[in-house]
Ligand binder design. Structure first.
Ligand SMILES: [Zn+2]
Length: 221
């Protein structure tokens, strides 16, 4: 097979004990269980929430008797993707279907959809959790009708701040569409070029979500 080495763009935030996390949640905790200069090896224990940093929401996040993180078919989280890039000022506003259509955005069926809200500029600041735009219900219903494989975004959630019903989560996860949140470096993905995305979760049995290492793969041949 004449397949060349793709260029890899890292789309993941670094997990650390002082990272910004979702309001009201705890940061990851890391602890040395062994050190090379005493025990002869370095070994870490870490504890963290399943939804901290760049991570995947399985349908199990909001529903019961549905697919868990270890059961998501991996082809939903690996494949061709297309990005809608919001270039309006960020003020926690709704992104409407009209503005997506008017931008000339093209979406093929069975692709991964990426919503670049632009909030990444505010990574590690308070505003990151406050002023991200979010898609309207009509946008989500349109994406479901287009059979997207997964919904991925640079924002920390797909619902507005302070939502009571988490409607967008319910709609996507109810349609068996996994959600990837807190991507970064989306601006490094070249415009008008085909690319693949890979965002595979660690395999936690029967759980609601998991951290992932997300990457874009460019220049496949
Ligand atoms: Zn989540």
């Amino acid at each position: 097979m004449g397949m060349n080495e793709p260029k890899i763009i890292d789309l993941s935030h670094t997990l650390s004990s002082d990272m910004l996390v979702y309001p009201g949640t705890e940061r990851p905790v890391f602890q040395w269980l062994g050190r090379a200069n005493s025990e002869g090896f370095n070994l870490t224990r870490f504890t963290m929430l399943t939804h901290t940093g760049t991570h995947i929401d399985a349908p199990k996040h909001f529903l019961d008797d549905v697919i868990c993180i270890d059961e998501i078919p991996l082809n939903k989280l690996f494949g061709k993707a297309c990005i809608f890039r919001n270039n309006k000022k960020l003020k926690g506003q709704e992104i409407s279907l009209e503005e997506i259509i008017a931008s000339g955005f093209q979406l093929e069926e069975n692709q991964i959809f990426i919503m670049e809200t632009g909030i990444e500029k505010y990574a590690e600041t308070k505003q990151y959790n406050e002023i991200f735009p979010y898609p309207s219900k009509e946008v989500i219903e349109w994406l479901i009708s287009k059979k997207i494989k997964a919904y991925m975004t640079d924002a920390t959630t797909v619902d507005p701040v302070g939502t009571k019903d988490s409607l967008n989560h319910h709609l996507l996860l109810g349609a068996d569409i996994p959600i990837v949140e807190n991507l970064k470096n989306l601006y490094l993905i070249p415009k008008d070029k085909e690319f693949f995305i890979s965002a595979l979760p660690i395999k936690l049995k029967g759980r609601d979500g998991a951290p992932c290492r997300a990457v874009a793969l460019i220049d496949f041949e």
